[in-house]
Write a protein that binds this ligand. Sequence first.
Ligand code: S3P
Length: 188
Amino acid sequence: MGIEYNTSKILQRFYSSMKNVILIGFMGVGKGSVAREVTQNSDYMTIDTDDLIESLENRKIKHIFESEGEEYFRKLEKRVAQWLETSVQNTLISTGGGFYKQKNLKKIATVVFLDSPFDAIIKRIKKHPNATNKLKKRPLLKDLKKAKELYEARRPEYLKLADIVIDVTNKSAPECSKELLKKVKKHG
Ligand code: S3P
């Protein structure tokens, strides 16, 4: 009886339609931290599109940009997006800041935009104990003037795509996680 009960619980969880959730937002806004927090406080497992790309290529994003260029990297993102659509369920997906451009985003998941002003994002990165590394590993953050322009261009696009928006400014990862789970539940 115990075994039957457990099996049915497992099957229930497997088949219950917990829609994927995808986190979009600018570099350094905290998508990874929020994803890790949500996983610890819910049934969601989490994956990260940059991690998937680094495994696919067996090298760091920074090196992919340096040796093959951005266009090649975007093709890898497209490959990951196709795989996510066909093969991933019940998962919280955190993404690189440019992944939102994938055409099938809405088919993959409920889209959650983590929002914060540019200056607050940079401040957040700089106060991290590993700040130098955080900046170094992101080729598109090398030039802060250009990064700000990119931010200004992208923010309206993030907002347009979002099913849910979370202002993460001055909030801890547990606070953001709680808000996310509440809003996702309400969104259905
Ligand atoms: C990028 C963001 C990065 C990474 C790549 C490109 C972007 O991820 O995917 O450097 O276009 O904004 P993070 O948002 O995790 O920094």
